[in-house]
Design a protein around this ligand. Structure first.
Ligand SMILES: Cc1cc2nc3c(=O)[nH]c(=O)nc-3n(C[C@H](O)[C@H](O)[C@H](O)COP(=O)(O)OP(=O)(O)OC[C@H]3O[C@@H](n4cnc5c(N)ncnc54)[C@H](O)[C@@H]3O)c2cc1C
Length: 444
């Protein structure tokens, strides 16, 4: 979630309580941890100070562009998020992520695997194998997707019921009007209205939506669903192709990226949990960002944190006095549980990345063969798997051993050999309310 707050050019810390009820706590704080709201560069020119809150993709992306435009950027992060050393965060990079591919070229780094095939499993077993679409003759959309995708068990007649959906994809042109039209219905209703067969929905399209938007299709906005379907599947045949980061994002991309920004004067401060803001009533804008007992003066502030964090910030800070921020409290987020398993022997996993569903309607999950993705596991003698469970409300309260048992039983239904392998080690991470829920009606 990105939000930008316009701020005043000078600091105003003299009053404790403003007329409109905003509370200025600056007098009790150690102020100006990063000096004035403007700084002077080598040429003697004034640079506006920008404070970016959060150092995930959104925060680093903002810092990248702002520091290139000559702003004096400070990035504050609490050190607990996806950017942390053992981040999970984004793993697959689809063909249309051109901005990220240009970025790594610009940095001169090679963090990705080659293009890799993926698969999809239902409770009945392997459903679909996706080839590397760019290696095949390019056909007009959606023919390439339909023709080249290998369906293991779905009859042709069911596959053909996906064609009428193209009318909705064409009608959904990403404008405000289109979003309003389709945001009021669920993805489930959309598929029904456009004639998708029950089997196509249950075993293929429903699970794809659940993995892409992290919630069951009954709980997803049809507008968000059409947006995702168009972006990664239908705009171009090769858009569904994926590469993977060969280690943690922190190590492979974020660290070299931050180093390059440091050369432009960008400052990164970890362990800084933003708790409040100071409002300059005379200029009607934010003047400082508060982290516990420290303040950071800012000419402008970019909030690049997830929805649940933003909601907490709004509830506990001066932002709750602003209508536009109160609306954010209507949004919702989703739990994720990430499970890394070290097995005692080699299990052959035919495809590197796999989307799965059908083991309980509310849960979708993915699993990855880390021996083929991560440099550090390439030469391991045994299999290392990461399984991520979205909309994982039911897994959140379970003990680690219970989560491992469930994960292994699900994996075994996809690939039988996991049932005879023993888990030697595991790492379970729970991320409550960490992903955006695109529920119907969330376009406020
Ligand atoms: C398991 C999983 C798999 C995923 N796979 C993919 C994928 O394959 N492809 C894809 O495109 N996307 C994927 N995503 C989604 C992707 O990870 C997110 O869209 C992306 O990480 C969001 O980035 P962000 O910068 O907005 O937020 P975040 O990455 O959440 O960054 C927010 C930052 O703010 C910091 N922060 C929080 N509170 C405060 C505070 N009070 N003060 C200061 N700092 C604070 C946090 O520590 C964090 O570093 C996946 C997500 C998950 C959970």
């Amino acid at each position: 979630m990105l939000a930008s707050l316009r701020a005043a050019p000078t600091l105003c810390l003299s009053k404790r309580r403003y007329r409109n009820g905003f509370c200025c706590r600056a007098s009790t704080l150690q102020s100006n941890a990063n000096g004035d709201r403007n700084s002077t560069n080598n040429n003697g020119k004034n640079k506006k100070k920008i404070v970016v809150v959060g150092s995930g993709w959104a925060g680093l992306g903002a810092a990248h562009h702002l520091s290139k435009q000559g702003f004096d950027v400070t990035v504050l992060d609490d050190g607990n998020g996806f950017g942390s050393p053992d981040d999970i965060s984004m793993q697959g990079f689809w063909y249309p992520f051109r901005n990220i591919f240009s970025l790594v070229d610009e940095l001169g780094i090679k963090p990705f695997t080659g293009w890799m095939k993926s698969a999809q499993y239902s409770e009945e077993g392997l459903e679909v194998e996706f080839p590397i679409f760019q290696d095949l003759n390019q056909l007009p959309t959606p023919l390439g997707t339909l023709f080249y995708t290998q369906f293991s068990r779905l009859p042709l007649v069911d596959r053909l019921t996906s064609l009428p959906l193209m009318a909705a994809v064409i009608d959904f042109d990403n404008t405000d009007v289109a979003w309003r039209k389709y945001d009021s219905i669920t993805a489930r209703e959309l598929f029904k209205q456009f004639g998708c067969s029950e089997r196509l929905y249950r075993n293929v399209i429903g699970p794809l939506v659940q993995v892409g938007l992290f919630a069951p299709a009954e709980q997803c906005s049809a507008a968000a669903t059409l947006g995702v379907l168009y972006f990664i599947i239908l705009a171009h045949q090769k858009n569904f192709d994926l590469v993977w980061c060969r280690g943690t994002l922190r190590e492979k991309i974020f660290e070299p990226w931050m180093d390059s920004m440091r050369t432009r004067g960008c400052e990164f401060l970890d362990g800084r949990r933003v708790t409040d803001f100071i409002y300059d009533e005379e200029r009607c804008c934010i003047s400082d960002v508060v982290c516990g007992k420290e303040t950071y003066s800012a000419g402008a502030v970019v909030l690049a944190v997830g929805i649940s964090t933003l909601q907490e910030l709004i509830k506990n800070s001066i932002l709750c006095n602003r209508e536009e921020f109160l609306k954010v409290l209507n949004l919702a987020s989703i739990d994720v549980v990430s499970v890394k398993l070290w097995f005692d022997k080699k299990v052959t996993v035919p495809n590197v990345s796999n989307a799965c569903s059908g083991f309980g309607d509310s849960l979708a999950w993915t699993f990855f063969d880390l021996n083929k993705i991560y440099d550090e596991h390439k030469d391991d003698s045994a299999t290392v798997i990461q399984a991520d469970f979205y909309h994982a409300n039911e897994l959140m309260p379970l003990k680690d051993d219970q989560v491992v048992a469930k994960a292994v039983s699900y994996l075994s239904k996809c690939i039988k050999d996991f049932s005879t392998a023993t888990v030697m080690d595991h790492k379970i991470r729970r991320f409550p309310k960490s992903l955006t829920h695109f529920f119907p009606g969330s376009l406020l």
